[in-house]
Design a protein around this ligand. Sequence first.
Ligand SMILES: *Cc1c(COP(=O)(O)O)cnc(C)c1O
Length: 229
Amino acid sequence: MGMLTDNLNEVRARVTAACLRSGRDPREVTLIAVSKTKPVPMLEEVYAQGVRDFGENRPQEMRDKAAELPADIRWHMIGRLQTNKVKYVVPRAVLIHSVDSLHLAEAIDKEAAKAGVTANILIEVNIAGEASKGGIAPEETEGFARELAALPNLKVNGLMTIAPIVENGEENRAYFRQMRELLVDIRDKNIDNIFMRSLSMGMTGDFETAIEEGATLVRVGTGIFGGRS
Ligand SMILES: *Cc1c(COP(=O)(O)O)cnc(C)c1O
């Protein structure tokens, strides 16, 4: 077995263990293999092990890889998105995780109308208030969701966050808990056209804590593919 397969098996075992520890059904949690910067043969190796969810952060890279790889891959756009790149993403991405402005949401809505699809998106929340990161402030998220609810070709599926880089994933537990509370609070408002089902949080350094706090999508790059230069 190759190294990537070993890595993948270990990550999968840790996902399952975190689910069991927290009384969750492992089928509720989707592991997204974050393949940004990695060449196609590496994606093929994990594809051969049954991975179908891949995450990319550059629109053209996603488009180019999608053209070379099997059509049953579910591509997740997880990176900052400029409105002029939306056209590369909307036809391919099963979910856009990183929507944090009305301007971007409107561009996605328009492109989705053109392509005759509904664009599934998550609202990116800046849970720790880090100046270096995108995302909507937690207290503005409900209002933002209400604005997006008016866009007919866009469906809000939930929330996403990029937690701070920490030594020990445990340090992000309170942020992950706040994300889950925010999701439930907004869900309980029963806003038309807003579905708060998906919670995208947790990366290589903290995905187990994120799962324990309710993540339904974890985005793991380094833990599967190794470091990026
Ligand atoms: C790169 C990236 C990841 C994966 O990070 P790792 O620490 O390598 O697991 C997850 N989410 C986002 C938004 C990323 O840009």
